[in-house]
Structures are given as C-alpha cells and as structure tokens.
Design a protein around this ligand. Structure first.
Ligand code: NI
Length: 162
C-alpha cells in the first residue's frame, strides 16, 4: 500500500497536458496500484488521474461503485459521446469545492489495460461523467472550468470526488 501526495489546484502541474504511455513498465503498474490506494484511502474518490499525483502520463482509474468495480485506463481515447447530463462534481485536487457540470450521458472509450490489451467500454450516467472528468485531467482541464453557471460552491463533506 502506497499513498501518493495529491497535487492541489493552483499547482501548474494540473494544467499540463499528459503524455501517452509508450511502454507499460513496472513503474506504470506501480502508478496504477498507487492511484488505487490513493483513491480508496478514506473512501475519498470515485476516480483519479495520474497528473493528480504529479505524473504527467495518460493514465486514470475509476470506480463508481457499480458492477465494473475498478477500471484502469492507459492512453484512453473517447471515440463517441451522446446525450447530456448536468450534475454536481468534485475533485480530490480541488478540495471543498463543487459545481454543476454538463457532460455527455453516454461515452464510448478505447484504452489499454495493464497487460497492454486494448479494450472498448461503453458507459452511461455516473460512469460516463467520471470518465469524462478524468480524461479532462489528462489535458489539464478541471471541472471548475466547466461550471454551467460559471460559479463554484462550497462542497458538503460527503460529496464524491474525482
Ligand atoms: Ni478530478
């Protein structure tokens, strides 16, 4: 079990574009494991992306508590989106803040798993929202950039964070 320090809003690292993984090395596997430890610690999060622990690589994980459990994404690519859903979001890197964000209701995403196998996943609702939120992190975009009313609010302590 290894927790990594979270990079917090205001740190320029969160605004950088992450680079693709060209080889799945033991370092990448360790990164995936540490992301999970850091996300699950204290039941804090439903998703976390590598830049949130200071690693500018195109890697994130999600676990929205559905039958999928934890899903790991390496070099994700969103292939299709449709529909729309407005809902509140939070982020481990933006503690204590929330706002309403408009996301696709459906996404089709392609990525590599930790064995290097390509998979395609179709997701809806909260899982689609979480995948879009994490994918944005890889391009230096935070959910607060996308507030539907341009405002950011103080979060309740039990809100889920991504
Ligand atoms: Ni986030």
């Amino acid at each position: 079990m290894a927790l990594r320090n979270l990079v917090i809003e205001g740190d320029p690292l969160l605004r950088k574009k992450s680079r693709p993984v060209d080889e799945i090395t033991p370092r990448i596997i360790k990164l995936l494991d540490d992301l999970a430890d850091t996300m699950y610690y204290d039941n804090r999060g439903i998703g976390i992306a590598a830049p949130q622990v200071g690693v500018l690589r195109r890697v994130f994980i999600v676990d929205v508590g559905d039958d999928h459990g934890k899903i790991e994404f390496i070099n994700p690519e969103i292939l299709e989106t449709s529909g729309s859903q407005v809902g509140s979001e939070g982020c481990l890197s933006v503690p204590g803040k929330t706002c309403e964000v408009d996301r696709p209701f459906y996404v089709k995403v392609k990525a590599l798993d930790r064995e290097g196998n390509e998979f395609v996943l179709e997701a809806e609702d909260l899982l689609a929202r979480c995948i879009c939120h994490e994918n944005d992190h890889l391009d230096g975009i935070l959910f607060i950039d996308k507030s539907v009313d341009g405002k950011v609010y103080k979060a309740e302590s039990d809100d889920e964070e991504e």
